[in-house]
Ligand binder design. Structure first.
Ligand SMILES: [Cu+2]
Length: 82
């Protein structure tokens, strides 16, 4: 039982930074795709990407990724994930 707990802790510890690293990559893809665009969909995506950025900064990486996915949907962009 102790071993199982240890394994879970290890997963939690290593998954955190991996997620943290993912958000900026996703946000960057949205920023690149919307750069220089001013249509409504791009504006919406930029707004969501900005929210994703602040969630990432606040350490809420899972929520940040969800926001980035919403942003990508707004511009029908397929995000590349690691
Ligand atoms: Cu993050």
């Amino acid at each position: 039982m102790k071993k199982v707990l240890m394994a879970l802790v290890m997963v939690a510890v290593t998954a955190g930074p991996a997620l943290a690293f993912q958000c900026p990559l996703l946000i960057k893809q949205i920023e690149d795709a919307t750069a220089g665009k001013s249509d409504a969909d791009s504006a919406k995506a930029k707004e969501l990407a900005a929210e994703a950025k602040s969630l990432h900064a606040a350490g809420k990486h899972a929520e940040s990724i969800a926001k980035a996915e919403d942003a990508a949907k707004a511009i029908k962009l397929a995000l590349k994930k690691k």
